[in-house]
Ligand binder design. Sequence first.
Ligand SMILES: Cc1cc2nc3c(=O)[nH]c(=O)nc-3n(C[C@H](O)[C@H](O)[C@H](O)COP(=O)(O)O)c2cc1C
Length: 239
Amino acid sequence: MSPTAPSSNHDTISPAIFYWGTPVVLITTENEDSTFNIAPMSSAFWLGNRCMLGLGGISQTTINLLRTKQCVLNLPSDDMTDAVNALARTTGSKEILTAQPGEGYKYFKRMNGYEYVPDKFGRAGLTPIQSDIVRPARIAECPAQMEAELVGVYEMARDADTKGFFTLEVRVVRTHVHREIRMEGSKNRIDPDKWRPMIMSFQELYGLKGKVVDESVLARIGEEEYRGFSNSVEVEERN
Ligand SMILES: Cc1cc2nc3c(=O)[nH]c(=O)nc-3n(C[C@H](O)[C@H](O)[C@H](O)COP(=O)(O)O)c2cc1C
């Protein structure tokens, strides 16, 4: 089929950002002094038991992840905007205080009101709880918390002048969820009717609508069909 002529209700634009809508993740990592950092981010997607995280190289989170290879991906629900907003425009990196013109994202942060905050848990009023496998603490208030290990690093925009952004591949090694979001009668499933992720769209915070908008044809495939790509479990545990 050949394409139709451009219609008059299509505009060609040049967006400064392409944040079309992705879930907010609060990443916890361990600082060099053994305290814990939290960073809100949303350039994240999941495939199998891997999560790809798009992060600036100067963020304390990236520095900690590259050094320790460990983090927890904590997912806030859409009623946790106070905590996310308390963490917005903060960094656990002191470097920002002295950033100079020409220092890219670091200077951008200084010029755009970012604050150095060493105690992010205190700032956001969140509660750290011990993880099972990794050293960084989980965030008790987040309904989903995934302990994860760094397995790959990819430098983004190598073709461009704006360098310093990375995609970090982490492998989820343990998942914890609040009981309220579990699917009744299933051992390993989340009930999407009960889970209310916070979505960042063009820097604004949204929730999902109360109901799915339509049947998903993809969801006709049983979740367990994907098991081979991620975590193996005993056959009797499957549900
Ligand atoms: C809702 C939200 C989403 C964000 N998404 C990202 C992101 O995807 N990648 C990124 O590098 N920074 C993102 N940021 C900015 C980081 O939070 C910021 O770089 C912060 O200083 C990182 O903290 P850290 O230096 O202590 O690691 C986001 C901030 C907010 C509030």
